[in-house]
Design a protein around this ligand. Sequence first.
Ligand code: 5GP
Ligand code: MN
Ligand code: MN
Length: 342
Amino acid sequence: PVTDDQLRAVELLKSSKRILLTGHERPDGDCVGSQAALACALGAAGKSVFVMNVDAPAPVFSELTALADFRVDSGESLPEHDLVVMLDGGDLSRTGALHDRLARAPSRKLVVDHHLHDGAAWWDEAFVDTSASATGVLVRRLCAHLGAEISPGAARAIFTTLVTDTGWFKYSNTDVETLSIAAEMISLGVRPAEVYGDLFQRQPLQHPLKLAGALARTTYFADGKIVLLDLPLGPDGLAMDVDSDVALDVVRSVEAVEVALVVREIGPRRCKLSARSKGAFDVQKLAALFGGGGHVKAAGATIELNLQDARSQLVEAALVRLAETEERRSTPRTAADAARQP
Ligand code: 5GP
Ligand code: MN
Ligand code: MN
């Protein structure tokens, strides 16, 4: 069923001429794919569209960034536009350094997203569905109203959003709509094995050893119910370039593990948390304690502490929340337990 907020989002898109698409820091496949697909649909509808991110998308997304006018923020004033659309995030702080300029821009604002938000509303319209597996699902729903056919490139972009946020259809957010859209994208020419190869099989020779080095830092707490990997800056001052999702997949394969935490040092007194839950443990609430957010089963935060302090505060908080989760488990299940991930 088409909701009112969806129709208002479509109206806002249709009544705008020059549209700026943005998203969260270190944009992932859902963010970049949603931007690329919506840019294609709006472009086909005659709009002038550009994408502005605070961080450059990773090179594995080059097929998608070639589809539209993708720009990286240089800190200068924003080009003229009459609508901002933020995809795959609703809190303006997630746009990093773009935050102030976007907040001050006189343009109208639209959020298209599948996260829980608790910050102040800064938008004119929000098309948010936390039950959607990926923001790309919402973009597909919008495309249905914009009139244009989905191009092969846009199909690949939408397919990328789905596989990114469902862990290639493994996570509990995988549902009928996700798989229906995936099938539709394949019928439009997407070749899943080719997308998989481009996203996951283009690592350099050193990759296995780097991953082994990261995995060697595995520490368990609470009989293995909590697992933590802390990834320090290298001697070159660079963050360890191991994909957190890959490391998280390995440690989550341990039967005892209920919650997996990767905390990566990304600068002086600055760490990035990626948290995943296999069951009732709510990592969104854990991440929120550190100023982050996300979903019940997949969440993250940027923590302004050194690695050692971030690590010890995280473990302490996770142990408290684990005890609370176990207490709740002995009482009847709540609706929150049945909630979804990415
Ligand atoms: P990841 O661990 O893959 O970076 O992110 C997992 C989920 O947590 C994503 O849905 C993402 O939106 C959310 N998330 C990651 N980092 C942050 C953050 O710094 N702040 C907030 N609010 N959410 C985050
Ligand atoms: Mn994302
Ligand atoms: Mn997402």
